[in-house]
Design a protein around this ligand. Structure first.
Ligand code: FE2
Length: 375
């Protein structure tokens, strides 16, 4: 894989990298989840968050005083579920399996019950808790909904030798960019190896790419669903160490680059808070655009991501801020500077033995490299 980007030559001559971590050994999985289905939130202001998510390109599936279910244009009844709460907070995520026997096996191996889901579309669930305390709901049998009509093919693109558009302009609708599905969720974990192993064991995830410090210890792991010969996105869940515990961001697929860009125009018109983009990631290749919701949580639009079968081996790369993107808008300085909450988390982690001073020094060294020569 070509990892060339502006400034990468300084990394290439750094002899204490690249590492080759042997730490991401795959455990025997209990089950193999098929897909990420939804995120679970506490939300203090359901109306305001609904308005943001509508601008972001979701649709309201069901809402009352206590619950908000937002859907994509795809066939699942909700990709976002919030229950009314005093304080807004991320609570967890839901994945789906394709066979009830997977729920039975998971329940038996974890000592949990199979419960009925009390949400639109019903179904059954085994409720787990990950090592960081997040709720992980493994679902089967949620009733599908009819997909909402929208453009599902990329707009035709004229190139010097190929002109699918003659006498026709290039016009993307000026409207929220329709969210076609939930793609991934990025989580912080102080005990990264334990947390990666937990997700691999309980959901059958595979490591696609792993970023490591100079001693080979993992600092960000991109994990994908194991769908055998069927394709899976480069990552469905990402686990990172050093950026705090819990939610870091979630991402939603739109149809093409014009949809990402036109969606940006719409969100800007609505005075939503832009964070980073557009650009193209290097690992996963997605064209991205990041926004903040009403609580300052990151929500990403993406398109044109890489997909893999289970055959693809794990690849390891040195942790470097520049590896985040092949091209794009300058990365926000805040991304690699810990905020007050993250510093408190590191101090707590030091106290609990989850961080060592030498790990922090190596992480600081990696994070301090400029992502681009001009930054
Ligand atoms: Fe992302």
């Amino acid at each position: 894989m070509n990892l060339e980007y502006a400034g990468s030559e300084t990394l290439a001559v750094n002899t204490d990298t690249p590492p080759e971590s042997k730490l991401i050994e795959r455990p025997v999985p209990i089950i193999k989840a098929d897909r990420l289905s939804y995120l679970i939130w506490d939300e203090a202001d359901l109306d305001k968050q609904e308005a943001f998510l509508l601008d972001f390109g979701m649709k309201t599936h069901q809402k009352d005083q206590q619950n908000l279910y937002m859907r994509s244009y795809g066939d699942e009844p909700y990709v976002y579920y919030a229950r009314k709460a005093k304080k807004s907070a991320f609570r967890g995520l839901g994945v789906s399996v394709n066979a009830r026997k997977d729920l039975e096996r998971l329940a038996q191996k974890t000592g949990k019950q199979i419960e009925k889901i009390q949400h639109p579309g019903g179904g059954e669930v085994v409720r787990l808790t990950d090592p960081t305390g997040l709720e992980v709901e493994v679902c089967f049998g949620i009733e599908k909904v009819k997909p909402i009509d929208t453009r599902r093919e990329a707009l035709p693109v004229n190139t010097p030798n190929h002109h699918p558009r003659v006498n026709v302009g290039q016009r993307a609708a000026f409207a929220p960019s329709p969210v076609l599905k939930i793609g991934h969720c990025v989580l912080g974990a102080n005990e990264i190896e334990k947390t990666i192993q937990w997700y691999m064991t309980h959901l059958g995830l595979l490591a696609t790419d792993v970023l490591c410090l100079e001693d080979g210890s993992p600092v960000i792991a991109f994990l994908r669903m194991d769908r055998g010969k069927e394709i899976a996105d480069h990552h469905a869940i990402v686990i990172g160490k050093g950026g705090g515990e819990g939610y870091l961001h979630s991402a939603y697929e739109v149809v093409d680059v014009d949809a990402v860009a036109q969606g940006q125009q719409y969100l800007k018109m609505k005075n939503r808070k832009h964070y980073w983009g557009m650009g193209r990631h290097l690992l996963g290749s997605q064209v991205f655009d990041y926004w903040h919701d009403i609580n300052g949580c990151e929500f990403e639009h993406y398109t044109d991501g890489d997909v893999f079968t289970s055959d693809r081996e794990t690849e390891y790369y040195p942790m470097d801020p520049g590896i985040n993107y092949a091209w794009g808008d300058d990365i926000p300085v805040a991304m690699f500077k810990p905020n007050g909450k993250q510093i408190m988390n590191i101090l707590r982690g030091l106290f609990k033995g989850q961080f060592s001073i030498s790990w922090l020094k190596k992480a600081k060294k990696a994070a301090s490299r400029s992502p681009r020569p001009w930054l």
